[in-house]
Design a binder for this molecule. Structure first.
Ligand SMILES: *Cc1c(COP(=O)(O)O)cnc(C)c1O
Length: 384
């Protein structure tokens, strides 16, 4: 294993002491060939597991056709992907980019131009990305400090607090931007009553609703997009993580009335939605659609088993989930992540006290079982 001191890579990440060289299905392998059950899915990215055959086939075919030509040309596969996304959502047009933070930048610029207002309301403990606009949108001061003046115009309200929404009338923002399940912020699903009031206020006060689906999108929460479960119609959504099965691609989708604010020259991306990335994404979304019901059931199985464990082990303070994004509230999440890794199981944290479990949507029953057995052993160790 490479020692951090020898690495030529900037130290922006605290990496796990593990080198991954291969992935297949729900498993990844280190350089010695040791297998690990991967319940991180590359941070909610490889939603069909590693090397999903149909996506691989689409990429292989595209490799023989065209890799890149820039958005100065018509690209049929990108057009097809955009049609798929708009026909499976309440949005009408798509802008393609390469990552979640870029999708949010595209959304921030769009709603600023569409409304003529700078102010956007976001929520505490949210996460919208690391570039300066998306970072300013992120309601976590500790990520912003040391980087100078943040982009103006963001106002942060507490998440899930119904009363606090009354401030929208005074703030008069152009848009509200939120995750319906805060991912990095600790796997916190928005409550329906809160969302209902928010949407109602957006309607009466003519505020655009932007839903950041970068982590929740592409089947992660049991439906293609998380907004479907709240029975709401956002004006804008942003996508990235799960969209390309690990091939970098992001997207910002908007209703026609909003998206027409962008005219040629307003925004762009050299790579955005290039043929290679679009081919991976189209095959991914088509496969994910067929896997939704299975993923939802797998999420229920996983959560039921976790709730059963929580009746035996007080160490589990709470289990929060939507589909296959699962958060387990404990005292020290890193301890569990490390002990599970020692048992060949990979999971993540979401803050210091939440274990974040993100299996692929096509996870097998026996793989969920294996995770639960491993977790039970770890709980036994920690509790004794
Ligand atoms: C990961 C994430 C982002 C940032 O995506 P990148 O591809 O890392 O830029 C933005 N919003 C949410 C909700 C995320 O989970």
């Amino acid at each position: 294993m490479l020692q951090t001191e020898q690495s030529s890579i900037m130290k922006t990440y605290n990496r796990f002491p593990l080198t991954i060289v291969k992935g297949e299905g729900s498993y990844v392998y280190d350089e010695l060939g040791t297998s690990y059950l991967d319940f991180t899915s590359g941070i909610a990215t490889c939603n069909l597991g590693h090397q999903p055959p149909r996506v691989k086939q689409a990429l292989q075919q595209q490799l023989d056709q065209l890799w890149h030509c820039s958005n100065l040309f018509h690209i049929p596969i990108q057009e097809k992907l955009a049609q798929w996304l708009t026909s499976h959502s309440v949005l009408d047009e798509v802008f393609f980019c390469n990552s979640g933070t870029e999708a949010n930048e595209a959304a921030i610029k769009l709603v600023r131009k569409a409304t003529g207002k700078d102010t956007i309301v976001t929520f505490r403990q949210s996460f919208h990305g690391r570039t300066l606009g998306a970072l300013a949108a992120t309601g976590q001061p500790k990520l912003q400090e040391s980087f100078g003046t943040m982009l103006d115009g963001f106002v942060y309200l507490p998440f899930n607090e119904v009363e606090a929404l009354d401030q929208l009338e005074d703030i008069q923002p152009g848009a509200v931007m939120l995750e319906l399940v805060q991912g990095e912020g600790g796997v916190r699903p928005a409550e329906q009553v809160w969302v209902d009031k928010l949407v109602e206020l957006c309607k009466t006060l003519e505020i655009l609703l932007v839903v950041d689906e970068v982590q929740t999108g592409i089947g992660r929460t049991g439906t293609l997009f998380s907004y479907e479960q709240y029975d709401i119609e956002p004006d804008v959504i942003t996508l990235a993580k799960g969209l390309g099965s690990g091939v970098p691609i992001g997207a910002m989708l908007a209703k026609h009335a909003v998206s027409t604010a962008y005219t040629p020259g307003d925004h762009g991306s050299t790579f955005g939605g290039n043929p290679l990335a679009s081919s991976a994404a189209l095959a991914t979304v088509e496969e994910v659609e067929k896997t939704l019901a299975h993923g939802k059931r797998a999420g229920e199985q996983l959560v039921n088993e976790l709730l059963e464990l929580s009746s035996t082990y007080d160490e589990i303070q709470e289990v929060r989930s939507r589909g296959l994004i699962v958060g387990i509230q404990v005292e020290d999440a890193s301890l569990y992540v490390q002990k599970l890794r020692d048992r060949g199981i990979l999971v993540l944290t979401a803050g210091p006290t939440v274990i974040r479990v993100l299996p692929p949507l096509n996870v097998k029953k026996k793989e969920v079982k294996r995770f639960i057995e491993g977790f039970a052993h770890v709980l036994e160790e920690v509790s004794s």
